[in-house]
Design a protein around this ligand. Structure first.
Ligand SMILES: Cc1cc2nc3c(=O)[nH]c(=O)nc-3n(C[C@H](O)[C@H](O)[C@H](O)COP(=O)(O)O)c2cc1C
Length: 164
């Protein structure tokens, strides 16, 4: 099985969850940022697991990311070295594999990035293998709540079993 876990992450929380999911899936899974997950890298994928933070109640928009880039008010510096998941999904070539989506977020917020990810993966031909998943951070910038990485690893293992 060719499985790709692809992420957008500005303070490392979603990247850490992505790595834990891949660890749970096993050695066949590759973890790639949206910059690394080129059309060539994901060609023929049987499963794409895509994750992003929930920012401003939504899958991050370009205007939200522009705002982060110009915000130097003493906040933790965002990593803006890779494209948004939104633009990655827009450029995604058609495929025929399965899809899973996740987000990192604070616990009480309305909105879902993961559902938008699943919808857009579906439009590209990747049919859902699981329900959208949420992983929770403690503060606005993280860190992840205790136990979330273990939960991510277990979800990865569950996804790998569902693909057999
Ligand atoms: C500017 C900003 C806006 C945010 N908006 C939301 C939000 O609307 N809902 C939510 O649940 N969490 C929100 N968060 C929390 C992020 O989703 C959380 O920190 C996430 O884990 C960041 O992921 P990353 O470290 O992979 O970039 C926000 C955080 C920041 C810095």
């Amino acid at each position: 099985m060719k499985a790709i876990v692809v992420y957008e992450s500005h303070w490392g929380n979603t990247a850490a969850v992505a790595r834990a999911i891949a660890e749970g899936m096993g050695p066949e899974a590759r973890v790639l940022s949206t910059a690394e997950a080129t059309g060539e890298a994901i060609a023929g994928a049987d499963l794409i697991v895509a994750g992003a933070p929930l920012l401003g109640f939504s899958l991050p928009t370009e205007s939200m990311l522009k705002g982060l880039a110009s915000n130097t008010g003493g906040n933790p510096t965002p990593d803006l070295s890779h494209p948004s998941m939104r633009s990655w999904l827009e450029a995604l070539p058609k495929g025929a594999g399965r899809a899973a989506g996740f987000e990192t977020r604070i616990w009480w917020s309305p909105g879902s990035a993961a559902k938008t990810i699943l919808d857009k993966l579906g439009a590209a031909g990747y049919q859902p293998a699981a329900k959208a998943q949420r992983f929770v951070v403690q503060g606005k910038y993280g860190p992840l709540r205790d136990g979330e990485l273990e939960r991510a690893k277990a979800w990865g293992a569950e996804l790998a079993r569902a693909m057999k």
